[in-house]
Design a protein around this ligand. Structure first.
Ligand code: 5GP
Length: 191
C-alpha cells in the first residue's frame, strides 16, 4: 500500500468565546500555506471587520438568492442572522491547499454529509466557568447576549461526540500545534 497526500478540508467549531479565532490565527502564523474559507453572513460587520476578509457581508435578499441558487455548501441562521459557506470558494481553495472552515456545529455536520472526507475538529474550553469569564471579558456583548451565547455554547459542546477530534484550548500555541498535527496526519491517505 502507498501513502498519498490529499488536501484536507478541516472544519473547526467551538463555542463563542472559546478563542477559536486566536487559535486559528496562530495556526496560520505557524503554517502560512493554509487557506481560510470566508463565509457569507447577513450580520453587520463588527469594528475592524472587512468585507471579503472576515466575512462576505451580504443583504438578506442576496443571501436568500444564494440559498435558492444552491451557491452554499451549508448555511444556518442564528442570532437572527444567516451564516453560510460559499461552495465555489471552498472548492477553488481546496485545489491549492488545505482549507480551514470555521463554522458552527450544525453547519459542520451538514458539511460532513456533503464531504464525508472533511475532518471535524471541536475546540473546547478548559471548563464552562472559564468560557463565561472569557465571554464577559470580551466586553462587546450585553448580559442578555452573554446568556444566549452561554446556552448556545452548551448546545455546541453537546455535539462533540459527532466530531472526529476535540482539542482543549488551555494554551493557544499548544491547541494550534495539535490541530496542525491532526491535519498533517489526515493528509496521508492509504491507496
Ligand atoms: P460571529 O457572529 O461571532 O462571527 O459568528 C457567530 C457564529 O456563526 C459562530 O458560531 C460561527 O462559527 C458561525 N459561523 C460563521 N460562519 C459560518 C458559516 O459559514 N456557516 C455556519 N453554519 N456558521 C457559521
Amino acid at each position: 500500500m502507498n501513502k498519498i497526500k490529499r488536501n484536507v478540508l478541516a472544519v473547526i467549531s467551538g463555542p463563542s468565546g472559546v478563542g477559536k479565532g486566536t487559535v486559528i490565527k496562530r495556526m496560520f502564523e505557524m503554517c502560512p500555506s493554509l487557506c481560510e474559507s470566508v463565509s457569507a453572513t447577513t450580520r453587520a460587520p463588527r469594528e475592524g471587520e472587512r468585507d471579503g476578509v472576515e466575512y462576505f457581508f451580504v443583504s438578506k435578499p442576496r443571501f436568500e438568492e444564494m440559498i435558492s441558487r444552491g451557491e452554499l455548501l451549508e448555511y444556518s441562521a442564528h442570532f437572527e442572522n444567516y451564516y453560510g459557506t460559499p461552495k465555489a470558494f471552498v472548492e477553488e481553495k481546496l485545489k491549492s491547499g488545505d482549507v480551514i472552515l470555521e463554522i458552527d456545529v450544525d453547519g459542520a455536520l451538514n458539511v460532513k454529509k456533503v464531504y464525508p472526507s472533511a475532518v471535524l475538529i471541536m475546540i473546547e474550553p478548559p471548563d464552562m466557568a472559564e468560557l463565561t469569564r472569557r465571554l464577559k471579558l470580551r466586553g462587546t456583548e450585553s448580559d442578555e447576549k452573554i446568556a444566549l451565547r452561554t446556552a448556545r455554547a452548551e448546545y455546541e459542546l453537546s455535539k462533540k461526540d459527532k466530531y472526529d477530534y476535540c482539542v482543549v484550548n488551555d494554551d493557544v500555541d499548544g491547541a494550534a500545534a495539535r490541530i496542525l498535527e491532526i491535519i498533517r496526519k489526515e493528509k496521508e491517505v492509504l491507496s
